[in-house]
Design a protein around this ligand. Structure first.
Ligand SMILES: *Cc1c(COP(=O)(O)O)cnc(C)c1O
Length: 352
């Protein structure tokens, strides 16, 4: 016996999420975690740090509700969207009994959270057109409690088709919850499905301040759902999940000025993305450019490993997806500011 053997079976079997920070590397251009390229000045006061914070800071909840177009009782603030994903699983799935559905290739944390909680995973891969396989999903719906969809999908950049989603919400009814992860929705706000919350009580939308709001460092995310679902999740969340400094910064980010800054940043990054894509199309080492609805582009190269290595050599850290099913030779590039995109293109132009 060793201490390791005391750990739960699910934990012993677990491979932790290979986050961009954990993989690390030496570089000066970080384009591997879909972060925003620049930080913005926020001010924090230490006046209330002797007190426990509010469980759900009201001004943050109210501003996010106003921004998302829902009622305040339809919002839960959490430590990033990652905690929201885990809360849904811990609230609705019985360990050793229930299962969640994922549609790979997609964001890795749905599976990791399920595994840590001892919850099973049903995989229904995306179709060749990289849409959820609606027929297959519906036929296996009775096996799962929660279906995770991601729109825009990380890492392929595709949106989930709205008609298919509506049909799934109707089929699932009150038997399964459908989560739509909108971590990148600010880059294509017109594609949000938040309006469907009013019609479908089995829909959950997750959001974050980590991407378009340039606040990955504060760990602040949101769940949008029916008031009934939000109060169930609120039973499970920690008593003081949101540190007061986080609430102070989130409040500023969601103010009128903060929102204007976010929208300006989105316009700039979307313009850089268009420029990068146009250049990529002319390069001989590029085989396929995937959809681009987020602040990243997945690219299939003639030799993905070679591109990844050449970038690393130049201090540019990208995210390699070439070992994922259907993504051979594919590397994801986070959209950064002009100088960073120029550096990427300079390396690529030298690859034959
Ligand atoms: C980055 C990301 C998240 C995590 O967001 P945090 O708020 O930083 O935890 C969730 N979902 C997707 C699809 C992401 O890409």
């Amino acid at each position: 016996m060793s201490i390791k053997d005391l750990a739960r079976r699910a934990v012993r079997a677990l491979t932790p999420y290979q986050s961009a920070r954990r993989i690390g590397g030496k570089g000066h251009v970080w384009l591997n975690a879909n972060e925003a390229p620049l930080a913005y000045p926020f001010t924090i006061s230490a006046d209330r740090l002797n007190r426990y914070p509010e469980c759900q800071p009201p001004q943050v909840v109210d501003s996010y509700a106003a921004y998302a177009g829902v009622n305040a009782d339809q919002v839960l603030v959490s430590r990033g969207a990652d905690e929201a994903i885990e809360l849904v699983i811990r609230t609705f799935c019985e360990a050793g009994q229930d299962q969640v559905m994922i549609c790979p290739p997609t964001y890795g944390m749905y599976a990791i959270s399920a595994e840590t909680c001892g919850v099973g995973i049903v995989e229904v891969p995306l179709t060749t057109r990289r849409q959820p396989d609606w027929g297959e999903i519906k036929s296996r719906l009775s096996d799962v409690k929660v279906v995770f969809l991601c729109s825009p999908n990380n890492p392929t950049g595709d949106l989930v088709g709205r008609d298919g989603l509506i049909d799934l919400l109707e089929t699932a009814d009150s038997r399964a919850l459908i989560v739509v992860d909108e971590a990148y929705i600010e880059f294509c706000p017109e594609a949000s499905v938040v309006d469907l919350l009013a019609r479908y009580p089995n829909l959950i939308v997750t959001r974050t301040l980590s991407k378009a709001f340039a606040l990955a460092g504060i760990r602040c995310g949101f769940t949008l759902a029916s008031a009934e679902i939000i109060s169930l999740l609120a039973k499970v969340i920690a008593p003081y999940p949101i540190p007061d400094p986080v609430a102070q910064i989130a409040k500023q980010a969601l103010s009128k000025d903060g929102m204007a800054l976010m929208q300006e940043r989105v316009r700039e990054l979307n313009a850089q993305k268009a420029r990068l894509k146009a250049e990529l199309k002319t390069l001989p080492c590029v085989r396929e450019i995937f959809e681009d609805k987020g602040n990243f582009v997945l690219v299939r190269f003639t030799d993905g490993a070679r591109v990844f290595a050449a970038m690393k050599e130049s201090g540019i850290i990208l995210r390699d997806f070439s070992n994922k099913p259907t993504l051979a030779d594919s590397v994801r590039i986070t959209i950064g500011y002009q100088g960073e995109m120029d550096a990427v293109l300079t390396v690529l132009r030298d690859i034959r």
